[in-house]
Design a protein around this ligand. Structure first.
Ligand code: NAP
Length: 288
């Protein structure tokens, strides 16, 4: 029988470390700060923002939210973003996406300062994550997967990791992060043939497809570690993951739940990135 591995202990442990680190920075008169840029009042953005604000406060990180009107022009959005880029008191910038249609993400992603881009919007950070350069900021969810594996002492080196999903937000970056830790990585997607056969060769299976409970016991190798990234709604209107947890429990050794799994780790990863950005920006200033 497998065990459920929750996100809260992972988030708490990251937070504890950050509190100490932020305290040390404050003794040098350095105050890490996150600037959130939100366009409109999308409910899921607001929910994530509430969680992020709470986490930053716990860690001692300052935050400011800029809410912009839904009909803001690209020119004005870029003006606002440049202001934040140049603000020396800001170390991390989070822009909620997708942006409204009139704002071209393909243009804006080149404007955000890469050293403050704590959620992997800039192509510079995408490239760094692909290169395995740790000064780049991966998106929060893939990094939360890695923090969860690390916290529960799951050996990655030389293991076969199968990632279900190839999005830029989860599937691709998590594959790169697993590769950096010397896993042999197979990436699957909607055109992959024989998905259960491939998935059931995985020592570590990461499900990020957005299909409620699609992953059942036929996808699981004996004693596999299963990380469920999916956030879906089941037939009873309850939140569930991509994995049918009950069905897989007898075969897997560990499974992250949904809710209370990797999703609970993301805001602490964001906080960690803000502190990392702050440290790197300060170090760069000292080198000048
Ligand atoms: P996405 O952009 O919709 O990508 C889904 C991926 O899954 C695509 O690569 C797609 O393949 C693949 N896929 C879809 N149906 C499939 C199937 N039947 N068989 C095999 N592959 C299939 O979604 P996402 O943004 O990566 O998010 C994935 C899931 O994670 C969602 O449930 C989302 O809500 C959740 N999520 C959770 C967090 C968190 O903090 N926990 C954060 C972000 C996302 P193609 O590329 O071929 O279309």
């Amino acid at each position: 029988m497998g065990i459920i591995i929750k996100g809260k202990p992972v988030a708490d442990s990251i937070t504890e470390e950050l509190i100490k680190e932020v305290d040390t920075l404050k003794t040098k008169n350095i105050y890490p700060k996150l600037q959130i840029i939100r366009v409109g009042q999308n409910e899921s953005d607001l929910a994530y923002e509430r969680g992020a604000l709470k986490r930053m406060e716990k860690c001692g990180i300052l935050t400011e939210v800029t809410e912009l009107p839904l009909d803001i022009t690209q020119e004005n959005f870029i003006k606002q973003l440049k202001k934040v880029n140049e603000d020396n008191t800001v170390h991390g910038i989070l822009i909620f996406r997708p942006l409204p249609k009139q704002l071209e993400e393909e243009v804006i992603k080149h404007v955000i300062a890469p050293e403050k881009d704590v959620d992997c919007f800039s192509p510079i950070n995408v490239a760094k994550v692909t290169e395995g350069d740790e000064s780049g900021f991966p998106p929060a969810t893939p990094k939360a997967v890695m923090e969860t594996l690390k916290y529960y002492n799951i050996d990655i080196n030389g293991k076969h990791a199968v990632v279900l999903g190839r999005s830029m937000v989860v599937g691709k970056p998590v594959s790169m992060l697993l590769l950096k830790e010397n896993a042999t990585v197979t990436i699957c997607h909607s055109r992959t043939k024989s998905l259960p056969e491939i998935a059931s060769t995985a020592d570590i299976l990461v499900a990020a497809i957005g299909r409620a409970k699609m992953v059942n016991s036929s996808y699981i190798k004996e004693d596999a570690v299963v990380i469920d990234v999916g956030i879906n709604v089941d037939e009873n209107g309850k939140m569930c993951g991509d994995v049918d947890t009950e069905n897989c429990m007898d075969i897997a050794s560990m499974i992250t739940p949904v809710p209370r799994g990797v999703g609970s780790v993301t805001t602490s990863v964001l906080a960690k990135h803000v502190v990392q950005a702050c440290r790197e920006i300060q170090n760069a200033k000292l080198m000048k």
